[in-house]
Design a protein around this ligand. Sequence first.
Ligand code: NAD
Ligand code: IPM
Ligand code: MN
Length: 360
Amino acid sequence: MRKRITVLKGDGIGPEIVNEALKVLEAVAETYGHHFAYQCMDIGGIAIDQHGTPLPQETTDACLDADSVLLGAVGGPKWDGLPGDIRPEKGLLGIRKAMGLYANLRPARLFPQLADASPLRREIVEKGIDFVVVRELIGGVYFGEHKTEEVDGELVATDVMPYAEHEIRRIVQVAMEIAKKRRSCVTSVDKANVLDTSRLWRKVAGQVAAEHPDVAFSNMLVDNAAMQIVKNPAQFDVMVTENMFGDILTDEASMITGSIGMIPSASLGDGTRGLYEPIHGSAPDIAGQDKANPIGTILSAAMMLRYSFDLCREADAVEAAVAQVLDQGLRTADSMADGCTLVGCRAMGDAIAAAISAQT
Ligand code: NAD
Ligand code: IPM
Ligand code: MN
């Protein structure tokens, strides 16, 4: 199979973790007889520095032209003082919107080998952590009107949070379909006791759920959901929620699986072209030190193989290779535990790539 992948390394640890994922994709290509062609483009802070904008038109064009997109992370202290519409993060929001990627799948799965890295008590971890957060990605407060204006001699800032029925319907529909391939249970998370958007969300989600009687469906308020994720994560199969709640809950969910560096994501729209990125940021505190955990990005590449290219055997191989190196006791600093071997970002990528090559 021949595929063209646009690669957006971005800022901070972005280039380091993406390089390891490319290593792994090359091991897959070689082992299974595929050809992946990569085109690297700028996004985020580096694009601001090189082109004066966080999302150059050439980058958008290259993403829309590719079979799929792999992204590292954007942002960093260097660009923190810039106004909202020319910050690195605006580039990420822009490419998600331009590609129509409304469904962000964020699997929170604990590799049993990392049980000791989870801050949760053993007896909670042992019940298993394996759920997917389906996060709406191109609506809500991220994309409503933003303004700061002077009113009565002081500044007043406003961020508008709109949701239309069709935006809610299509993301809940995605959650239903995913649930049917898992344990057929969907929890819709909202703040319907306060927000109009959430009351509409709950109404539309209920309508969609009624069309899927084979899926066990319930609603949960977001503050309770944040608590339940640490109290009893085994109760969740698929959680579906709006953009900002999903952002926050998935950082929380990642940590209970051992490290934010472990969690991948797939951002999908109506076609097969997607954008794949770890859920964490550019980690400026460890950038350039070969300390970052590349596994979230490597597992994102596995999701690309599965969802965009329908290469399920290859995706399984990547996930098995990750499990294998964890079995061998290799750990980056974020998930280090007693008796394990501390490795850097590159050595972790090398080991996973080698494990793939050794599988056949
Ligand atoms: P962050 O996720 O970058 O880092 C939070 C903490 O987790 C840091 O201590 C970091 O070292 C650690 N961490 C993150 N990824 C890791 C990895 N792979 N391996 C080991 N440790 C890891 O969040 P932040 O510090 O709040 O944000 C830093 C910058 O990243 C900001 O500019 C923010 O806007 C941006 N950001 C970008 C994305 C993205 O591109 N998708 C996501 C989140 C934050
Ligand atoms: C993420 C990030 C982004 C988001 C930021 C950097 C715009 O936190 O991908 O989780 O909030 O979506
Ligand atoms: Mn986030």
